[in-house]
Design a protein around this ligand. Structure first.
Ligand code: PLP
Length: 380
């Protein structure tokens, strides 16, 4: 029998209707009305002025980093516990990624360690919301302000997540992930909360930056003579068909978030009283969208994530291991990055953490089968 998958997208009638419209009208390339609509609606939803759709989330990060005009040797601070796309975007822009360890509760960047990583070469901070839980943005933005650093937000796992800004002031307010910093980046890969199959977007409030990102992702065609190029560009364009899918999903975003939150709530209920498991946290200043439901084995048990994953697979449950920190990536270390860097929290998360089936298509019966399998595997 096929195991319960970690993710299955949930597509509906509206997606079909819009995609059929693309096929019927012949608007299947990156020219087409769904693109601009998708860009505007997603920017509006996140509380931003401009959106530039691209072909995937990695390309969004690459375009955003390229738009910062980094010089060789410039440094950009990232959490070590993230996907390699973050580090790649910096390396491809000719700059140097510098890593910060994770907060043991939320698994996002430990912002208390941020200021100590700033050097005269630091130009930017990449804020990554991990598994749907926002980074603690206020302290991060304070460090950025103090040292004049640009902030790029990677909200690829946090569509619709919210963060309470100004919690220590008399005017706190909730803001959406993707509304902070100079630019924010999203992925719309099939396992993200909003999907276009493959896809991504850069949001910003700065028209010049939006133009710059659009140009970088569209081969830097000349504004006067189209085929006269002044800069090295990329083809990062999204198609109208992808945008059609995305637009249909934005209409259902509240329902999608609701569903993710209820999956998390139910898992958390199912795992009550298991001392050997750390469950996803939600800080009082955060509204997580629980992109993936992660669990971390406690140090008291000898079992590690690889062992638990194989025990679960035997019981018909697919899982994914947690990220391997950037400072432990062979390919990055071979570039001479992160010499002697240790990040004990992220190293432990990698050894002890994995995530469970969390897709929108997950049924209640499947979820409770997962709970039973985890309990059974841990009791052995
Ligand atoms: C998925 C993801 C990306 C990359 O997106 P792709 O569309 O797969 O290229 C970037 N950052 C984070 C945090 C992600 O989870």
């Amino acid at each position: 029998m096929r195991p319960i998958p970690v993710n299955e997208p949930l597509l509906a009638d509206r997606e079909l209707e819009y995609v059929v419209e693309c096929v019927r009208t012949g608007w299947v390339s990156s020219a087409g009305a769904f693109i601009t609509k998708f860009e505007q609606e997603w920017a509006d939803y996140c509380g931003r002025k401009y959106g530039v759709a691209v072909c995937n989330g990695t390309a969004a990060l690459q375009a955003a980093c390229a738009a910062l005009k980094l010089e060789p040797g410039d440094e950009v601070i990232i959490p070590t516990f993230t996907i390699i796309s973050c580090a790649l975007a910096i390396v491809y822009a000719g700059a140097v990624p510098v890593v910060v360890d994770s907060d043991p509760l939320t698994w996002t960047m430990d912002v208390k360690q941020l200021a100590a990583k700033v050097t005269p070469k630091t130009k930017a901070i990449m804020a990554v919301h991990i598994y749907g839980h926002p980074v603690d943005m206020d302290p991060l933005l304070n460090v950025a302000d103090r040292y004049g650093l640009a902030v790029i937000e990677d909200a690829a796992e946090a569509h619709g997540a919210q963060y309470l800004t100004g919690r220590e002031t008399d005017k706190p307010g909730w803001k959406r992930a993707g509304s902070f910093g100079k630019m924010s980046c999203f992925s719309f890969y099939a396992n993200k909360l909003i999907t276009t199959g493959e896809g991504g977007m850069v949001l910003t409030d700065d028209l010049n930056l939006a133009d710059k990102v659009r140009s970088l992702g569209n081969l830097c065609f000349g504004p006067v003579q189209r085929f006269r190029h002044e800069e090295l560009g990329h083809n990062f364009r999204m198609t109208n068909v992808q945008a059609a899918l995305g637009l249909a999903q934005i209409e259902r975003i509240d329902e999608i978030i609701e569903r993710k939150r209820s999956v998390a709530e139910e898992y958390t209920r199912g795992f009550q009283g298991l001392p050997s498991l750390q469950l996803p946290a939600e800080e009082s200043w955060a509204r997580s969208v629980y992109w993936m439901y992660g669990i971390v084995l406690s140090d008291d048990t000898e079992m590690n994530a690889v062992h638990l994953a194989s025990e679960l697979l035997r019981r018909g449950i697919e899982t994914r291991p947690f990220f391997l920190g950037m400072h432990e990536q062979p390919v990055l270390k071979r570039l001479g990055l992160f010499p002697g860097v240790a990040c004990p929290v992220a190293e432990r998360l990698h050894r002890k953490g994995l995530y469970l089936p969390s897709g929108l298509g997950l049924t209640k019966a499947q979820l409770w089968k997962v709970v039973a399998a985890v309990r059974d595997a841990l009791s052995k």
